[in-house]
Design a binder for this molecule. Structure first.
Ligand code: FMN
Ligand code: SF4
Length: 426
């Protein structure tokens, strides 16, 4: 199995006070920042591109491309926003960084602040992480006292930067980057129509960078070790290691760090990671990426856990959630639960999602109660197509992903719970 020393978790449980600047520095903290401020800004951008860091918030967009785009946009001030909403069910990997290594996130945001001459960064932390917000604020205060935030940082004239925490209020859709910016501005947390791109018209209509917690935490490591070394930890389509959140029926539940390219079967069964199931029953399926991701079935478990390999096999890494279910769980019941989540979280702005998610749930209810017919199966497929293709934002576009993969790989499960009233099912 591909194994490596932890990179992002290397300071976890090693500091008596994770908000302490002294302890952070003693464990190589701020080395990436110190190196970055001695580099040409375009060289920093080159290293991030070479590292092939894909955004860790779920969409997997290359960070190098995003940073370069913003760099070439005219306009000031530019704002830096860290997405710490972590609303995807089954995902709790940002929590460990926020709680146990907050200064690594601050360091990543500082490097961004330096590259984009930004006066201000914001971190949007989910409301449920209230105790963690306190730890993060303490880290910000300590960094300010030590001269890493504020004016003339590291003695560099004009390097002025502050970071503000904004607390989320519990809506899943507020993790979507444009809804998140609306929420920071005090507006209703609903997605904006795009384009314009947030790099052009973002927070307070200014050019804005939005990256995930884990993405920011990777930046100092990339600058310290070099983009190529970071790339080499993973695969050529996505460098580095990935934090994964394992939950459900897995024997070992928690956050683990895996090199990208590790076989998924190892992640699910190796004692160093998931370790199989706590029930002793075989794994029936594994939901990747949280509620918005596809479902992996045992015949797909030999796929490598890398961005491209998963895409090539109808799967996706998302933000790194692996919700393990043993074979006692009915796939039809499971995806009905997923559909219920999206009905609850749809913001209601566009009809295909607002109405479509409710119709999807109603349709799945027929299968769960064994009242569905073959016509309902066809209706289900059409609904999925409409919701996915016509919804305005990523929430609606991914609301049917789990049901779609269940239908593709376990169609018979839906057929056997159909009554066959209208047409006999073969
Ligand atoms: C409904 C929805 C919820 C999302 N929730 C989160 C979240 O909690 N955290 C996150 O980082 N990205 C989330 N995203 C992705 C963001 O829109 C955006 O792609 C991400 O913050 C960009 O950072 P990255 O490129 O570093 O991944 C969500 C997207 C959607 C559509
Ligand atoms: S897809 Fe859903 S969450 Fe997104 S804008 Fe439309 S109604 Fe709102």
């Amino acid at each position: 199995m591909k194994k490596t020393e932890p990179l992002l978790l290397r300071r976890v449980a090693k500091m008596s006070n994770p908000a302490s600047v002294e302890e952070f520095i003693a464990l190589d903290g701020f080395q990436g920042l110190r190196k970055a401020v001695a580099m040409d800004k375009t060289k920093i951008l080159d290293e991030i591109s070479i590292a092939h860091l894909r955004g860790r918030g779920g969409a997997a967009y290359p960070a190098g491309r995003k940073w370069l785009h913003l760099y070439h946009i005219q306009g000031a001030p530019k704002y830096i926003v860290c997405n710490a909403d972590e609303g995807e069910p089954g995902t709790f990997k940002d929590k460990i960084l926020l709680e146990q290594d907050p200064l690594s996130i601050i360091e990543g945001m500082l490097i961004a602040g330096y590259v984009f001459d930004s006066p201000r960064g914001f971190i949007y932390i989910r409301g449920e992480y209230r105790p963690i917000q306190k730890i993060f604020q303490e880290a910000l205060d300590n960094a300010t006292r030590a001269g890493f935030l504020g004016e003339n940082i590291l003695g560099i004239p004009g390097f002025n930067y502050a970071i503000t925490i904004v607390s989320g209020a519990g809506a899943y859709v507020c993790g979507e980057n444009s809804a998140l910016l609306n929420s920071i501005e005090g507006r209703t947390g609903r997605p904006r129509v795009k384009p314009p791109h947030l790099a052009e018209v973002g927070l307070y209509l200014q050019p804005t960078l939005v990256n995930n917690v884990e993405s920011f935490a990777c930046i100092p490591a990339i600058i310290s070790m070099g983009g190529q070394a970071f790339l080499d930890l993973g695969t050529k389509d996505g460098g580095g290691t990935k934090l994964i959140s394992i939950s459900g029926h897995a024997k070992n539940r928690g956050v683990f760090e895996v090199p990208l390219g590790t076989p998924m079967r190892d992640i699910l069964y190796d004692e160093a990671y998931g370790g199989g199931t706590s029930t002793g029953k075989p794994i029936g399926f594994c939901h990747l990426g949280g509620q918005s991701g596809p479902i992996a079935f045992p015949e797909q478990f030999d796929v490598l856990y890398s961005y491209q390999a998963l895409w090539d096999n109808d799967l996706a890494l998302g933000a790194g959630a692996l919700v393990v279910m043993d074979e006692s769980v009915s796939i039809v019941d499971y995806v009905r639960r997923v559909a219920e989540f999206f009905v609850h979280e749809s913001c209601g702005k566009c009809t295909p999602c607002r109405v479509g998610t409710t119709r999807l749930l109603e349709c799945l209810d027929l299968f769960v109660s064994r009242k569905a017919t073959l016509a309902d199966l066809e209706r289900l497929e059409k609904l999925l197509l409409h919701i996915t293709r016509l919804s305005a934002c990523g929430l609606g576009q991914s609301a049917g992903v789990a049901v779609t993969s269940a239908l593709k790989y376990r169609r018979t499960a839906f057929e056997t719970v159909s009554s066959g009233r209208e047409v006999a099912l073969g």
